[in-house]
Design a protein around this ligand. Structure first.
Ligand code: NAI
Length: 550
């Protein structure tokens, strides 16, 4: 998937049309020769800027904005004008910009989608299009799409049903695929499946942009998604289809329905799982223990929790554990207490982790009963890991593993500082939202952030580079092991169990190679195996640099 942008003046649009094509536009960086050859003379101010100078101008403007939402709007309109410059800016300032182009700021953008709307990006496939979905997909101007992110907007971040405003998520996520892993932006496609919304506020808002009806559910919904997934196979046969932010009741079912049939995965379930498993592997580098020796107690049994439990169990099986033993080492507490066999009416996705244990009404009681080595918070319940929980974990374990993954920061099960302070500096901590470094008894601790962006871009890159037919759990386990292996000893010394985000393109390339390795080993790759997978993956990465037009 090398850079597919045309460079010869015969193949390029001319004049205004070129300036309005964000994939080809260079703005003031067009050289005098290019301006003459491409009918641009006079359409731009005379001085020619280099890309670096344009980046400096963008940053000046960016830093003068007062709010994150204004910064988001600034960046998105740059993306609409000049994608090369947009990606150069984002790649060079990835730590600063990731919270703007993705969570948490993108959440505000989703909530105000109808009010902020300027220029459409991606495809909106609505319930009204049923029976003609293939024709809608064929309206997309690029034919060779490699990565699609699709949502139906029902469970956007921690914000619930955003209806058609959920489109901010596929758009932002695909920007991260390009920024973090060099997926060619012209080969990406964000899609919104509009099946209505339960959000009364939007249904009453005159500026709301989606269908004004309650969500379609049940068999008609499944048939619509099936029509869509099958149409994608015909129109974009080489595309990876990533499901994103679907409601719980649909996400698990759709994943099970499609994962063995088409090239697809669900990042909320599998991506979160891999980044957490990577955190556990890093923690093991500090404790010197094996994964099979771990017992993980989760607070929260939703998409994130069950996804993590499933991948951890499958990684334990890869290490030689029996499937039943591996599942027993993952226990869950939900809003009704410990998930146990004797509980009636358990949701389908919790059943495989319902163990033969006595009931426990709350997390503390479950902690005493299960005696875990690691606790993982994915419940959205702030301060659920209180002093007693952390002191109990520290009594049971020399180095207790404490992951408080709920987002945003206000929902975190505990803060980094509380985890370090109450454990006397023994905790191995990671969070979903970033926490600043902590200073305790003369030591500095740098908390790791279990950001899905460490995993999904690299997985997508590997899948696309080797044209994998399916995306498997083994690929996610390999991605997790690779990510943990890239954490430097200097990171671990500070307690940081993930690499710095500034290394994300290097991280994604290595994950891509590891994923491709699994695809070749398991007979899932669609190309001949090259001698060096890392070089193959690196060569396929799109770079945000201008190409010379002649
Ligand atoms: P979800 O809505 O699918 O699941 C939430 C779970 O928490 C449900 O099982 C619910 O029963 C449980 N819960 C709610 N109140 C509870 C209580 N009082 N006690 C015990 N359990 C309770 O949500 P999902 O997707 O699983 O996400 C959960 C959290 O994890 C969110 O805050 C999300 O932002 C975060 N997350 C973090 C990621 C990361 O750090 N990389 C990635 C994905 C999610």
């Amino acid at each position: 998937m090398n850079d597919t942008r045309p460079t010869s003046s015969a193949a390029l649009p001319h004049g205004e049309a070129l300036l309005h094509d964000p994939l080809l536009n260079k703005g003031t960086a067009f050289t005098p020769t290019e301006r003459r050859a491409l009918g641009l003379t006079g359409l731009l101010p005379p001085h020619v800027h280099r890309l670096e100078e344009q980046v400096a101008r963008v940053m000046d403007n960016y830093r003068s904005k007062q709010t994150d939402l204004e910064r988001y709007i600034h960046l998105v309109s740059l993306q609409d004008r000049n994608e090369t410059l947009f990606y150069r800016v984002v790649v060079d300032h990835i730590e600063e910009m990731m919270p703007i182009i993705y969570t948490p700021t993108v959440g505000q953008a989703c909530q105000q989608w109808g009010h902020l709307f300027r220029r459409s990006r991606g495809l909106y496939v609505s319930w009204e299009d049923r029976g003609h979905v293939e024709a809608v997909l064929r309206n997309w101007p690029q034919q060779d799409v490699r990565v699609i992110v699709v949502t139906d907007g029902e469970r956007i971040l921690g914000l619930g049903d955003q209806g058609v405003g959920g489109m901010g998520i596929p758009v932002g996520k695909l920007s991260l695929y390009t920024a973090c892993a060099g997926i060619d932006p012209s080969r990406t496609l964000p899609i919104m499946l509009d099946v209505g919304t339960e959000n009364e506020g939007y249904l009453r808002d005159p500026l709301y942009l989606g269908l004004r009806q309650k969500r379609i559910r049940g068999e008609p919904y499944d048939a619509f998604v099936a029509e869509f997934a099958e149409a994608v196979q015909r129109v974009f046969p080489r595309a990876l289809l990533q499901f994103e932010d679907f409601g719980n009741q649909n996400a698990f079912r759709l994943l099970e329905q499609w994962r063995d049939r088409i090239c697809t995965f669900n990042d909320d379930i599998q991506g979160t799982a891999a980044v957490t498993l990577a955190g556990l592997y890093s923690a093991l580098r500090l404790t010197g223990k094996t994964l099979r020796e771990q017992t993980v107690l989760f607070l929260g049994a939703g998409e994130a929790g069950i996804g993590i439990g499933s991948l951890v169990a499958s990684a334990m099986v890869d290490e030689g554990a029996a499937p039943e033993e591996a599942r027993r080492r993952c226990c869950f507490v939900d809003s009704h207490g410990l998930v146990v066999k004797s509980r009636a009416g358990l949701a389908e996705h919790k059943l495989r982790f319902a163990h033969d244990l006595p009931p426990a009404a709350d997390f503390q009681a479950a902690l005493e009963a299960v005696r875990p080595t690691a606790i993982v918070g994915v419940s959205t319940v702030p301060r659920a890991f209180d002093r007693r929980v952390i002191e109990t974990m520290s009594r049971m374990n020399e180095r207790p593993v404490i992951f408080a993954l709920s987002n945003p920061t206000s929902r975190s099960e505990c803060s980094a500082e509380d985890a370090y302070r109450w454990s006397g500096g023994k905790a191995i901590f990671a969070s979903g939202s970033p926490f600043p470094p902590c200073h305790l008894d003369g030591r500095t601790f740098v908390p790791g952030q279990g950001n899905n962006s460490y995993i999904f871009p690299g997985v997508g890159l590997g899948v696309v580079a080797c044209r994998a037919r399916l995306v498997t759990d083994r690929m996610f386990s390999a991605a997790a092991r690779t990510l943990a292996g890239l954490v430097l000893p200097s990171d671990l010394e500070l307690g940081r169990i993930y690499p710095s985000l500034t290394r994300i393109r290097e991280v994604s390339a290595h994950i891509g190679a590891a994923v491709a390795e699994v695809a070749f080993r398991d007979g899932l790759a669609g190309v001949a195996r090259p001698p060096d997978l890392l070089s193959m993956v690196q060569a396929s990465m799109w770079q945000p640099v201008y190409r010379e037009y002649a």
